[in-house]
Design a protein around this ligand. Structure first.
Ligand code: ATP
Length: 257
């Protein structure tokens, strides 16, 4: 479903701050696979998501989604097929609009004039059923402005909005990092439910090693723009957080951190 081939990316080329991040980076993600991406600060996780979403055009290499070469496609065009939930709960929803208005906009995503499409009252029952999936009672608060929701509720809503029109790929960019431990667990559980029920190919960047092991089909650990560890199946099942931490520390020691 997703393929990155020989990606090269250097920041601040030919300056004293030159940073070669990717030098022939490749990754393939199968359809419906849920991949967690962990790694130290600066290892390239967010840049990887930016390259997939089209927010950053790599210096070299190719990006394929569903077999189609999207390397030259701008981010707003890729948004039809790729959805993203960010770390900051305020980025996924419009705070001055109600839950219903926010969902109408997300629902009209693929229509040509989505802002003028207006509110689709005929779809209200569908929106309600989507919100019911969350089990947070938001279906009874559809006229509530989203700015009055908690961070966890907003992230849960952002998740539903991002997946309401099923994307080919869902990018989760540390989407639980700004939440308290309980809300974070709730949103992570909801993520698993939504992604499994809707069968969405997912790439989740997280610093939470427990989430990385427990919720994904496959876990990759990045280090300095390379994949240092790539585990799935029984190999992943048998790994503990302590095992992952050991690998993490080994890399850091090699680096002299
Ligand atoms: N626009 C940019 N200009 C210059 N350098 C950049 C830019 N974007 C990323 N970098 C550099 O590339 C490296 C990887 O950054 P990236 O944000 O992808 O790491 P990360 O793994 O997501 O880190 P974190 O866990 O801290 O979010 C870092 O050294 C960063 O400073």
């Amino acid at each position: 479903m997703l393929k990155l081939e020989n990606i090269c990316q250097t920041f601040n080329k030919n300056t004293i701050n030159e940073k070669v991040l990717f030098d022939g980076f490749s990754l393939s993600v199968a359809k419906d696979e849920f991949v967690s991406v962990v790694g130290s600060n600066g290892s390239g996780k967010t840049t990887l998501l930016n390259i997939v979403s089209g927010n950053l055009m790599p210096d070299d290499g190719k990006v394929f989604v569903g077999g189609k070469d999207v390397t030259k496609l701008k981010n707003y065009k890729r948004a039809k097929n790729i959805a993203r939930v960010f770390q900051d709960p305020s980025l996924g929803t419009c705070p001055s609009m109600t839950i219903f208005e926010n969902m109408s906009i997300a629902d009209n995503k693929l229509k040509p004039y989505n802002l003028t499409g207006g509110l689709n009252h005929k779809r209200k029952d569908f929106y309600r059923s989507q919100l019911e999936l969350l089990g947070l009672g938001l279906e009874d608060r559809m006229d509530t402005k989203t700015r009055t929701l908690s961070g966890g509720q907003r992230q849960a809503l952002a998740l539903i909005m991002a997946t309401m029109v099923k994307p080919d790929i869902l990018l989760l960019d540390e989407h639980t990092a700004a939440l308290d431990p309980k809300s974070s667990d709730i949103v992570m559980g909801l993520t698993e439910k939504v992604v499994t029920e809707k069968k969405i190919t997912t790439l989740m960047v997280t610093h939470n090693l427990r989430y990385a092991i427990d919720y994904s089909d496959r876990c990759i650990m990045m280090h300095e723009g390379n994949i240092h560890l790539d585990i799935s199946g029984d190999e992943k099942k048998n790994k503990t957080i302590a095992d992952l931490l050991t690998v993490f520390n080994e890399i850091s020691i090699e680096c002299g951190n």
